[in-house]
Structures are given as C-alpha cells and as structure tokens.
Design a protein around this ligand. Structure first.
Ligand code: ADP
Ligand code: MG
Length: 249
C-alpha cells in the first residue's frame, strides 16, 4: 500500500484552498498532518477520500488515480473517520459498523463475524444494540474506527480523531489507531501528541505543505513560530501515558 499525493491543488467556491500539496504514506506508516486552524488539512483529506476533486495534481493509492477508480474499488482501499460525523445518527452501533461493508457484497454470516471482531478490537463488545447518538465522544470514535476496520482497507484517514476527548481517551484512540498496523494519515491537533505517535509528519500552513519528515527534525522552534506564530520552548513537563492495566481493546 502506498498513498501518493502529487502537486494537488483544491479550490472551494472558486477560492484556492490547497496549493500544490505533495505527500506520501508508505505501507503501515503512521503519518500525521498538522497545521493551524483553517490551513486546509480537512480539505486535503476530503480530496484524498474523494469528497472533493482536485483542480490540479494526482492522488494515487497503490499506483491508481483514486478519482478514476470505480467508487467501490476506492472504498475498498481507503477508509475514513471524518472530523464532522453526523452526531445524531439514528442507528445502532451495529448498524453503523455494518455500513463499512457497503463496498462489498453482503454475506450475512461473515459480516456478523467481522463486525463482532471489530467491535471487540475497539473495546465496544456488548455495545452493538446501543443507539450511536447516545454514545460518549470516545465511544463514537471507537464505533467509527470499527466501521473503518470492517471496510478492510490498507489505508486509513483520520481527521482530528481525538478532538473533544479527554486526555486518557485521546491516548486510547491514538494507541488503537497505531496498533491497527494499517497505513494511516491522521490530522492531529496536538503537536506533542503528533510527535509522540507518528513515524513522520507534514506541516501545513496557508494551504501549503511547508515541511515533512520525522517529528524530531521537522518540529523546530523556528518552524513552529513561523507557522503558528508562537514561541516554542522545551521544558520539563507532564507527559501522559496509559496505565498498564487500563482496559484495552
Ligand atoms: P483545517 O481542516 O485545516 O482547519 P479546512 O480544510 O477545513 O481547514 O478549511 C480550509 C479553508 O477552506 C478555510 O478557510 C475554510 O473556511 C474554507 N472552507 C472549508 N470548507 C469550505 C466550503 N465548503 N466552502 C468554502 N470554503 C470552505
Ligand atoms: Mg479540519
């Protein structure tokens, strides 16, 4: 699996939002995309999962232009947990997860097993009959990750998967995503977390990818002050980690 974004520009309502973005995600890599609010991260992600079309450039998954693939085929390659999911989905958890099988033919018995396995993996076993809208923020994210899992893709796109979660649930979701072993491109808000979880990261600013590489090389005080307009100071600080015996998926 390999995602290649080459020279991609995107306009919305005639306004250029993303300018000539280049990035790649290799098999099993966990890559973060960071940048200030409104810089175009979600727009780029939406273009990768075909909710938007680029005005220029090429996005390919495993060498094929995603915008030319049959819809089913691209849905078999790329799963997404989007930033704004309809919070009030009037479906049960089971129904939400089963939606991940849409790009495939139905096979009731096998699908049942897949969904059960996915729910187990995200720590939601037993919650299948709950109404999605009544779940907590962290549980909703888990259900959406389970949906992505049953889609059986080798590329996963996450758009701020930890927003609205407390620190423990943030860590749980990030560990879960990492441990899936699927190539992942994740828009993350927290730079320290991004640095802790990703293999590589890209920094976006005003619609352009301005840096990319291992977090230790990219996240310099100079770059952070350029992009975010704040001074970055290294200090001893509290570092949050999961407790060992915490219930884990
Ligand atoms: P980010 O995810 O980095 O916060 P977005 O990609 O959501 O940024 O937005 C980038 C820019 O595009 C913002 O200026 C936003 O106002 C604008 N934008 C987002 N969605 C639309 C839309 N549907 N129509 C017009 N402009 C939009
Ligand atoms: Mg966004």
């Amino acid at each position: 699996m390999r995602l290649d974004v080459a020279g991609v520009s995107v306009s919305l309502d005639g306004r250029p939002i993303v300018h000539e973005a280049d990035l790649r995600v290799d098999d099993r890599e966990f890559v973060a995309l960071v940048g200030p609010n409104g810089c175009g991260k979600s727009t780029l992600l939406r273009t990768i999962y075909r909710a938007l079309r680029p005005s220029a450039g090429l996005i390919s998954v495993d060498g094929d232009d995603v915008h030319r693939l049959p819809w089913r085929e691209s849905a078999r390659r790329t799963a997404v947990v989007a930033q704004e999911t309809p919070a009030e989905l009037d479906f049960t958890v089971w129904e939400v997860v089963l939606m991940g099988r849409t790009p495939y033919g139905r096979d009731a018995a096998a699908d049942e097993e897949r969904c059960a396995r996915a729910l187990d993996r995200v720590g939601l076993a037993g919650a299948e009959d709950r109404v999605y809208a009544t779940l907590s923020g962290g549980e909703k994210q888990r259900a959406l990750i389970a949906r992505a899992l049953v889609q059986e893709t080798r590329l996963l796109l996450l758009d701020e998967p930890t927003s609205n979660l407390d620190v423990r649930h943030q860590l749980e979701i990030l560990h879960l995503a990492r441990e899936l072993g699927v190539a992942t491109l994740a828009v993350l808000h927290d730079l320290n977390q991004a640095a802790a979880f990703c293999d590589r990261l890209y920094v976006m600013s005003s619609g352009r990818i301005v840096a990319g590489g291992p977090p230790g090389e990219v996240l310099t005080p100079e770059l952070i002050s350029q992009v975010y307009g704040v001074r970055a100071v290294r200090r001893t600080q509290l570092v949050f980690e999961r407790l060992k015996d915490e219930s884990e998926p």
